[in-house]
Design a protein around this ligand. Structure first.
Ligand code: GDP
Ligand code: ZN
Length: 444
């Protein structure tokens, strides 16, 4: 732990008004701040009712103060938590008072970063703090908590341990070049490598599920007015969570909605507003919609079964990215004779009104993005983690190719270990840390 950590301060609660607002201060030598703010020393880990004082000792606010001496605190440093009244003005005054007493404004994610640097959390766990706060579904929150508890890190450590075991074997043979291959064959190094690849594949599959929970899937909805887009969204949302958010994208229509399917957050982007326009604001909205489409996992073309696909639908379909998968959804089958739930190649027949065919559509959507539907053991994960696992796997492939050249074999194993250790942050550059923590919000 660094011997002197300059105190940092931030409002830890969300902006706006609330019954209580929390200010968090972390650093070494917080005595000056405690003395200036409260006027008396605090017993460790006790809730003290106190008046928080300005420089002239007049009261700014009153509330609870709790002092957590390092290293038994979130950051590993001394931490002071002030619970005042949750209004922006009073919290702003408390914040400025702490700065007056020597603290500086915390950067985004700086509390979590200090916790990481002081060994209180590894990198995957620190990321899980942010992912828990940003969770878009209960399933995502639960799996973020699993990562925070270290479930993911344990899997990674097990892989790293197995790698270290194999590396020791290989490094040992380097001392006896004449017998090295025989030695490796006898120890079944190939078999061990195969097992490792199997474990990596398993962790990758779970991490993919975790990434889906974290980021959700992005579905673009194409369809004319009145084909039943809103009805379908509501019907899909079912009783889980109706519509979590509605972000007005253009002046004339809602462009995006967030629902949940089986715990997976599903962002639905409505392309109804995609039309030629001279309106500047609307054009910006449309550009954003195209930006979202570029990142979509799947497109749903919703049509009225009585009318079929229109020219306007075909125009938009023609402008979608070539690699985007398209599923045609024939709605309002209650008005025609089509068989609901009939999943022909890329067509699903449904009725948003009666709910017929919706289960088939849900399954199809989840299947399409690779969701297993089993939450057990799923930890939250990010693209960064998936990427590290894939790169480690590539190094193991290289290792196998280089098997006869033991030095190369050893080197690939070393690289695989480094890459995997990036997940927990044991092997990490400052740049990477900067990128990760700067995306956190302030006070985290
Ligand atoms: P949107 O403009 O595409 O969002 O369409 P809406 O969801 O607002 O639906 C337009 C109209 O079609 C409404 O009157 C709905 O009640 C009706 N509708 C939607 N889905 C169905 C369906 O499956 N069957 C029938 N009979 N009517 C539907
Ligand atoms: Zn609508």
């Amino acid at each position: 732990m660094p011997s002197v950590a300059p105190p940092i301060v931030a409002i830890a609660t969300a902006p706006g008004r609330g019954g209580v607002g929390v200010i968090r201060i972390s650093g070494s030598r917080l005595e000056t701040i405690v003395e200036g703010l409260i006027g008396r020393p605090l017993t460790s880990r006790h809730a003290h009712f106190a008046r928080f004082r300005a420089a002239d000792t007049s009261a700014i606010d009153e509330g609870l103060a709790i002092f957590f001496p390092g290293p038994n605190s979130f950051t590993g440093e001394d931490v002071l938590e002030i619970q005042g009244h949750g209004g922006p003005v009073v919290l702003g005054m408390l914040l400025r008072r702490c700065i007056e007493l020597g603290a500086r404004h915390a950067e985004p994610g700086e509390f979590s970063k200090r916790a990481f640097l002081n060994g209180k959390l590894d990198l995957a766990q620190a990321e899980a703090v942010a992912d828990l706060i940003d969770a878009q579904s209960e399933a995502a929150a639960r799996s973020a908590l699993k990562s925070l508890d270290g479930a993911f890190s344990l899997e990674v450590r097990a892989l790293v341990d197995a790698l270290i075991h194999l590396r020791m074997l290989v490094e040992a043979t380097l001392d006896f070049p004449e017998e090295d291959i025989d030695f490796l064959n006898a120890a079944d190094a190939r078999g061990q490598l195969g097992d490792l690849q199997g474990q990596l594949a398993r962790v990758l599959a779970t991490a993919r599920q975790g990434k889906l929970l974290r980021e959700g899937m992005h579905v673009v909805l194409i369809g004319q007015p009145n084909v039943g887009k809103s009805s379908l969204m509501n019907a899909l949302a079912g009783e889980e969570v109706a519509i979590v958010t509605e972000i007005a994208g253009t002046t004339r229509d809602t462009v995006r909605e967030l629902i949940q399917l089986d715990g997976v957050p599903v962002h639905i982007i409505d392309t109804a507003g995609l039309r030629a326009t001279d309106d500047v604001v609307e054009r910006i909205g449309i550009e954003r919609t195209w930006g979202a489409i570029a990142k979509a996992d799947l497109a749903l073309l919703l049509v009225d079964s009585r009318e079929g696909v229109t020219q306007h639908d075909l125009d938009i379909l023609g402008r979608l990215p070539r690699e985007l998968q398209v599923l045609r959804v024939f709605n309002k089958v209650d008005l025609t004779g089509d068989v609901p739930g009939d999943v022909a190649r890329d067509v699903v027949h449904v009725s948003a009104k009666t709910g017929e065919g919706l289960d088939a559509l849900r399954q199809r959507l989840l299947h399409q993005v690779g969701w297993f539907g089993d939450l057990d053991g799923v930890f939250i994960a990010r693209e960064r983690h998936l990427d590290a696992i894939r790169r480690a796997s590539a190094h193991l492939d290289q290792a196998l190719t280089a098997y006869e050249q033991v030095e190369l074999f050893a080197e690939e194993l070393r690289l695989a270990q480094n890459v995997l250790s990036e997940i927990t942050g044991e092997f990490t550059s400052d740049d990477l840390l900067g990128v990760i923590f700067s995306k956190f919000c302030i006070g985290k």
